[in-house]
Design a protein around this ligand. Structure first.
Ligand code: NAD
Ligand code: AHE
Ligand code: ZN
Ligand code: ZN
Length: 370
């Protein structure tokens, strides 16, 4: 079939909106009509050329929601008409990782996914001249239709609005999951969140849900503070306005250091600050941000010797087919908020403007509706 997509033709170039060819689903695959997709900073990271796994041409996008249009042979858990959210972290429920309760990192299709291919080692997308186009994070939601492995689709309730719950495909789940699944934050804890964008705001909302006593937000952009307060931030720090050492400032503000700190910037200098302002003896720092190719983290080992813990999280530690439908329920039941964070709605033709808004610090989430 033919469908319309935003194609990342070359690293660092704007996406090109074009008609593309899409082959139908093969065994274990599902054709999805994408109804809406968010723009996450990770899409921009790959578009820019900073992603060591970046492959071009590719159809980016990994924060979508849509409807099943066709199922391939052997697909049993989904049917035409089901509403779904694609999962860049699938859940096969049978690999060594899925069977280990300590991780959500299903590895069933990770090797081919990282090569921009479906599990059989081929791509379904091509340009009209036959040039193959790679998949991205197993999702490719910057296309009106996409083909996704069955194990990488969460079935969600049909009354949930696509233009809101698409955000659960990455940002909401990552931020809230980092608090609930990775940090396992307790009532009364103190947290510091670095980066008050689409992920950091959901960490803040997760800390509020967990019953944190203090939620400190840190961002270089003062304009991010208002929305963060709305989601539960109790204190705001702009590092460019702090006299002296930022770590010392944050340790003093949190009465000796935070129980949990989170990096949602992708900046390795910030990651160090986040670790070092965690409480001596027990503070845990969780890396969410994705750092560019070649970047490395550093700290004095003494920071760990004296009881701080450095952790990371992908997709908030969530097992998508199990957890995503529950998070959709939380949204529909009013337990979590999404709507105010979706600051911009765009058409596919306007998608590059969404990346401009991200760079200008003007959006939290821009959502493309098909
Ligand atoms: P975003 O652009 O919406 O937000 C980033 C925020 O960080 C902005 O508000 C910006 O002003 C702030 N910031 C930048 N540099 C800073 C600094 N030095 N100090 C303080 N604040 C600073 O991005 P996002 O969509 O929220 O994504 C955040 C990061 O999380 C990205 O690196 C993204 O790739 C990553 N991410 C990781 C996962 C995961 O599963 N681990 C999932 C989604 C996103
Ligand atoms: N390809 C990059 C790493 C990118 C990365 O860390 N991705 C996160 C999700 S970010 C969503 O916005 C993730 O899930 N990682 C686990 C995985 O298996 O990819 C690189 O540096 O090579
Ligand atoms: Zn993302
Ligand atoms: Zn698995």
């Amino acid at each position: 079939m033919r469908t319309r997509a935003a194609v990342a033709v070359e690293a660092g170039k704007p996406l090109e909106i074009m008609d593309v060819e899409l082959d139908g689903p093969r065994a274990g695959e599902v054709l999805v009509e994408v109804k809406a997709t968010g723009l996450c900073h990770t899409d921009e990271f790959t578009r820019s050329g900073a992603d060591p796994e970046g492959i071009f041409p590719a159809i980016l996008g990994h924060e979508g929601a849509g409807v099943v249009v066709e199922v391939g042979p052997g697909v049993t858990s989904l049917a035409v008409g089901d509403h779904v959210i694609p999962l860049y972290t699938p859940e096969c429920r049978e690999c060594e990782y899925c069977l280990n309760p300590k991780t959500n990192l299903c590895q069933k299709v990770r090797a081919t996914q990282g090569q921009g291919l479906l599990p059989d080692g081929t791509t379904r997308f091509s340009m009209l001249d036959g040039t193959p186009i790679h998949h991205y994070m197993g999702c490719s939601t910057f296309a009106n239709h996409t083909v996704v492995p069955e194990i990488a689709l969460a079935k969600i309730r049909p009354d949930a609005p696509f233009d809101k719950v698409c955000y659960i495909g990455c940002g909401v789940t990552t931020g809230i999951g980092a608090v609930i699944n990775t940090a396992k934050a307790e009532i009364g804890c103190r947290g510091v969140v670095f980066g008050l964008g689409g992920i950091g705001l959901n960490v803040i909302q997760g800390l509020r849900l967990a019953g944190a006593d203090q939620i400190v937000g840190v961002d270089l952009n003062d304009d991010k503070a208002e929305m963060a307060r709305r989601f539960g931030m109790t204190d705001f720090v702009n590092p460019s306005k702090v006299d002296g050492d930022l770590v010392a400032h944050l340790v003093a503000l949190t009465g000796g250091g935070a129980d949990y700190t989170f990096d949602a910037t992708g900046n390795v200098g910030v990651m160090r600050t986040a670790l070092e302002c965690a409480h001596k003896g027990w503070g845990e720092s969780i890396i969410i941000g994705v750092a560019p190719a070649g970047a490395e983290i550093a700290t004095r080992p003494f920071q760990l010797v004296t009881g701080r813990v450095w952790k990371g999280t992908a997709f908030g530690g969530a097992r998508g087919r199990t957890d995503v439908p529950r998070i959709v329920d939380w949204y529909m039941d009013g337990k979590i908020e999404i709507d105010p964070m979706i600051t911009h709605k765009l058409t596919l033709d306007e998608i590059n403007h969404g990346f401009d808004l991200m760079h200008e610090g003007k959006s939290i989430r821009a959502v493309v509706e098909f």
